[in-house]
Design a protein around this ligand. Structure first.
Ligand code: F55
Length: 822
């Protein structure tokens, strides 16, 4: 980014007086309230409308520029965009945060209070959805022509509460209060088909007797940092089509469709709350097809407006990234349009698809790999099922045959259609295979993960197409995850290494490396430590408010925030906390620093063991926090309803980051990057991006423990009995016995059985095996804490060494190696 452009941009920013005028105008003219009547919620809405206006203006200008430049566009297809609150972030990105603060102050309002009035748009489950949001920020910051396509769910991820320590779920109607960000675009609505049957007319396939649904686009402006580019996140909402069912009405089947088939309005109602475990429901398949079909029709229409009706140049102008297999039905959908509507022959259509599509894999967990029953696809999307068969036939009999002539076993293994294991079973469509076959590139999300994608998940594909499988290590946006959530740290960095033009680390995170020179500097350490302490004081107030627990800012804040899953091993953290408590009870005068263990996690509503772990953590927390014998040396808090806006308060206040998944299971992790960037020390396994974080910070600056991927494989091969570990580790045995005893939940003594059984009856995630190493790693953390100079040196080194993990770097990698856009 040239200095010039930044200045030019800065020159046209609104000043605080203009902002105040606009806020007043929106209060009166858009919301119909007088200034005197307005509270923080109204001010929030009015300021959001001011920013929306700015965003819309810049979207229009971005569109004109893109039309003139005729560059390739990337379309990011994702069922989830976990964008978080938008107002504060947009003000920061547009460079008008301080003006807005001043404008509000002049109106007698505090901007920070106002920003707290925004409800998080809960349009995602976890890492995958949040990654999509970071990517939109980076695409825009890098001035790349891009659209995000997804669903505007009425109910996002459920709200979590606790009752007696157990998770409760309630619907999150996040738009109810008001959502000024989305702009309805009726001109761009789409009509899509479902169900029906395929007939042949004059040698051509016709998809008939269908149900129709309308897709209404809601456009959310996506700002970038230090640029006038504003991209669009287009979220589809389903509506009943006018004239819906008229044909079936005529045929007297109106009521039939009203009862047996999915209702149009329901399609965009609710986000499925499962992460890493597909629900396999008809409505979910329809959601996938609905947003894919609307998006593909929309992007083809845009292509034609800009380039004319001939699709010869389509692949030069369009790149489509599939965020996991959730949008994989896009492959047969584009094939269908090319063949049935554009009269392009099968082989040509397939080669266009392969130039256009690329697929990102986010998991190796076998149960997380999507498979749809062939019968269900045939019912909902009969033409697509035919096309999948055509693709599969060509793939097996031309491509696999060429690679492994006559090898029917290989054809069976690689078939997009999985044959049932038992007679009477169903054929299943492997969406990951469909995605690999339909794409030119497939990427994993961290170096270790991508190498496992090649060696364990898709070894045969890797042999057939050695250049297809690649790595793009995940990243996070430094705008939201430092500048916006940790403004004091951002200022310290500016003060130390400069912020003008090229020096701005917000645009080139590798600039942070210059901070490494100060890691030993006592004056810098003092400032760094003071900022962390301020963040901890602020966060302690949040904990008091949400959990009614007092925590000391002088304690070690040890944090594990992520979805609740056995592979992420919150239970390992829990067992260790129980052991620490017992150690303190045995010796209340133990010379140990105060520690606070902080959790935030939602469990999928149907995931029994995960819910049991939440219940157990809450019960242990209650016991520990109310035991005066241990003199506040240990506290445990589980923040309810963990979400992006809470993460923004927790991460800047963390001292220790828990990244403790079983090696080989966490594809990347992105929280790990955010914590290190904000100066927390990682205790982690050699899994996902932890491996690359360790490479960047150096082995002395991270607490790595536990089995490696190879050791996990070896142990499984040898055979492993969790009872042996249980019987040979007295402390571990004692805490498991305590869990099983019913002491922590007298009214329901068997409450923690599912967890105990999972640990002792197989321990698939090797929690017990890694226990001692984990406990030893924590002892080392305590030793480091006791030497403040060493601690702050390590913390600063972590922060300064995170340059690689900017999502700007990830997006630049995608643009170069996958989208052919750089
Ligand atoms: C959501 C729905 C389904 Cl059906 C399956 C998975 C998910 C989901 O949320 N997955 C997810 O978040 N995966 C995570 O993606 C992150 C971004 O790449 C990784 O960092 C993380 O390791 C991975 O678990």
């Amino acid at each position: 980014m040239s200095v010039n452009k930044t200045e030019q941009y800065a020159a046209k920013k609104l000043d605080s007086e203009q902002l105040a005028e606009n806020i007043k105008r929106h209060l009166q003219q858009s919301l119909g309230v007088d200034q005197e009547e307005a509270g923080p919620a109204e001010y929030w809405e009015a300021l959001s409308l001011v920013v929306r206006e700015l965003g819309l203006d810049l979207i229009r200008k971005t569109r004109h520029k893109e039309r003139d430049e005729k560059a390739r566009r990337v379309y990011y297809l994702s069922l989830e965009f976990l964008v978080g609150r938008l107002l504060g972030n947009n003000l920061h990105n547009l460079g008008i945060y301080h003006q807005a603060e001043e404008a509000m102050a002049n109106l007698g309002v505090n901007l920070t209070d106002v920003l707290e009035h925004e409800t998080d748009p809960a349009l995602g489950n976890g890492g995958l959805g949040r990654l999509a949001a970071c990517f939109m920020d980076s695409l825009t910051t890098l001035d790349l022509p891009a659209f995000g396509y997804g669903i505007n769910y009425r109910f996002g991820l459920f709200k979590q509460g606790f009752a007696g320590g157990k998770q409760t779920e309630s619907p999150d109607a996040w738009r109810e209060e008001s959502c000024p960000w989305g702009i309805e675009r009726p001109k761009r609505k789409q009509r899509i088909k479902l169900y029906g049957r395929v007939t042949e007319r004059a040698g051509k396939a016709a998809w008939e007797d269908t149900q129709e649904i309308l897709g209404m686009p809601w456009d959310v402006p996506v700002t970038g940092y230090g640029t006038d580019t504003v991209n669009t996140l287009r979220l589809w909402e389903s509506r009943a089509a006018e004239g819906f069912d008229l044909s079936s009405f005529d045929e007297g089947r109106y009521h039939e469709s009203r009862s047996g088939e999915i209702q149009a309005e329901n399609v965009s109602q609710v986000l499925y709350p499962n992460d890493n475990h597909p629900a396999g429901k008809e409505l979910r398949l329809i959601q996938q097809y609905f947003f894919v079909a609307c998006s593909i029709a929309d992007l083809i229409a845009r292509y034609k407006r800009e380039n004319g009706d001939n699709l010869d140049g389509f692949a030069e102008k369009v790149a489509i990234q599939l965020n996991d297999t959730h949008p994989a039905i896009a492959v047969p959908e584009l094939m269908r349009i090319l063949m049935d509507e554009e009269d392009i022959v099968f082989t040509k259509a397939l080669s266009i698809c392969r130039e256009v599509f690329a697929y990102t894999n986010h998991t190796l967990l076998p149960e997380a790999l999507e498979k749809w029953p062939q019968n269900l696809i045939t019912k909902v999307l009969p033409r697509h099922m035919q096309i999948i068969h055509m693709i599969n036939y060509h793939f097996l009999h031309t491509e696999v045959e060429a690679q492994w002539p006559g090898d029917n076993n290989m054809k069976r293994r690689l078939s997009i259609i999985e044959e049932p294991e038992r007679p009477g079973g169903q054929q299943m469509v492997r969406m990951a295979y469909l995605s690999v076959v339909g794409s030119h590139k497939v990427n994993g999300v961290a170096a270790l993960h991508s190498s496992l994608v090649k060696s364990s998940l898709f070894p045969e594909f890797n042999e057939m197409w050695p250049d297809k499988l690649v790595n793009v290590t995940n990243g996070v946006t430094p705008r939201r995850w430092v500048d916006y959530c940790n403004p004091e740290l951002a200022s310290l960095i500016d003060e130390t290494i400069g912020k003008d033009g090229e020096a701005d680390w917000r645009k080139d995170l590798t600039r942070l490396d210059a901070i490494n020179a100060y890691a030993d500097d006592p004056a810098f350490q003092k400032k760094f430590a003071a900022i962390k302490r301020n963040n901890k004081v602020r966060f302690a107030a949040v904990v008091k408010e949400l959990c009614n627990v007092e925590i000391s800012p002088d304690a070690i804040f040890d944090v594990q925030i992520k979805r609740l899953h056995e592979y992420k091993r919150q239970q390992l953290n829990l067992l260790h906390i129980m052991a620490l408590y017992r150690r303190l009870l045995e010796n209340p005068d133990l010379d140990v620093p105060q520690r606070v263990f902080i959790f935030g996690a939602k469990a999928a509503p149907g995931y029994k063991v995960a819910k049991t772990i939440i219940h157990a953590i809450n019960r242990v927390a209650e016991r520990v926090n109310n035991d005066r014998r241990i003199k506040d040396k240990l506290k445990v808090v589980f923040l309810p309803n963990y979400r992006v806006s809470l993460a923004e308060k927790i991460i800047p206040a963390a001292d220790v980051s828990e990244q403790i998944s079983t090696a080989g299971f966490e594809a990347s992790g992105t929280g790990n990057m955010k914590f290190a960037l904000n100066g927390a020390l990682t205790v982690g396994t050699l899994d996902g991006a932890n491996v690359e974080i360790a490479e960047e910070v150096g082995d002395d600056n991270i607490f790595i423990f536990g089995l490696t991927v190879e050791e996990v494989a070896e142990l499984r091969h040898r055979g492993y009995n969790p009872e042996d570990v249980y019987n040979s580790n007295a402390e571990l045995k004692a805490v498991i016995d305590w869990l099983a005893s019913g002491d922590l939940c007298p009214e329901e003594p068997d409450a923690f059985r599912p967890l105990v059984d999972s640990l002792l009856g197989g321990d698939y995630f090797l929690t017990l095996v890694d226990y001692q190493a984990y406990s030893d790693a924590h002892d080392k953390i305590v030793e480091t804490w006791k030497k403040p100079e060493l601690w702050w040196k390590t913390a600063i080194t972590n922060s300064a060494s995170m340059g690689k993990f900017s999502s700007d770097r990830s997006i630049t990698d995608y643009a170069k190696t996958i989208w052919n856009m750089a």
